[in-house]
Design a protein around this ligand. Structure first.
Ligand SMILES: Nc1ncnc2c1ncn2[C@@H]1O[C@H](COP(=O)(O)OP(=O)(O)O)[C@@H](O)[C@H]1O
Ligand SMILES: [Mg+2]
Length: 225
């Protein structure tokens, strides 16, 4: 197995050590895999995902993702813009930019020209079935459509890894099914590693592997396929 994520003894506490969000995590995730991280609210799922995406750092232990050592704090901006795409529960789109401009945002960190940015954004919007909505503002879209725009934005810089934190957490079940189907299709087509946090067992089961977290520790891993 080629591990894209290697975590050793990762610990993180808050409130001067009173809240132990991560309590000695050891984890390896295989390149190209689709895994879900499941656990009840407050178990440490988001904290763990944020550390895989270099949005946060631990107190102890090591995190290596896509060959970058995230523990030493070097090249984190390069890592974030080249290797990871984030999808959050709330899409975090910028309301006064068009749908197309929202998808272009991560590309401002690269050397892509204006035309290259727009062309890529339009092809990604085509991929998520929203090309005809490129020019409108995200406020005019439904919840599911906004989340599809967020998925297109996450793919902008061709990341090797997609991190999704409760991506269907604020959607109804039908829309949620559509968004999950899109994520599964993308995982199959784009050769990307997909790590999805959820507290919903039915959603978690869609992944090849489920990693269960409780009180900041990994309880176990279940392989489905
Ligand atoms: N910035 C923070 N400050 C203080 N406590 C935090 C912070 N972020 C998370 N926590 C606490 O750490 C624990 C794990 O949180 P989190 O990773 O968000 O859990 P989950 O995503 O599984 O719901 C919880 O007890 C939460 O309240
Ligand atoms: Mg969370």
């Amino acid at each position: 197995m080629v591990a894209i994520v290697k975590i050793k003894n990762l610990k993180k506490s808050y409130e001067k050590g009173n809240i132990k969000a991560l309590n000695g995590i050891n984890l390896e995730i295989e390149k190209g895999d689709f895994v879900s991280i499941i656990g009840q609210s407050g178990s440490g799922k988001s904290t763990l995902l944020n550390m895989i995406g270099a949005l946060d750092t631990g107190d102890e232990g090591t995190v290596e993702v896509a060959g970058y050592d995230l523990t030493d704090g070097k090249n984190l901006d390069v890592f974030r813009s080249k290797e990871v795409g984030f999808i959050f529960q709330l899409h975090n789109l910028i309301p006064n930019l068009s749908v197309c401009e929202n998808v272009e945002i991560p590309m401002f960190e690269t050397k892509a020209s204006g035309k290259e940015r727009t062309d890529r954004a339009l092809s990604l919007l085509n991929l998520v079935g929203l090309k005809e909505k490129a020019k409108i503002k995200p406020t005019k879209l439904s919840g599911g459509e906004r989340q599809r725009v967020a998925i297109a934005r996450a793919l902008a810089n061709k990341p090797s890894i997609i991190l999704a934190d409760e991506p269907t957490g604020s959607l109804d079940s039908k829309t949620s099914g559509d968004v999950l189907k899109l994520l599964i299709d993308l995982h199959e087509k784009e050769n990307v590693t997909l790590i999805m946090v959820t507290h919903d067992l039915n959603v978690a089961k869609l992944a090849n592997k489920q990693i269960e977290v409780l009180d900041g520790q990994i309880l176990g891993t279940d392989s489905q396929k």
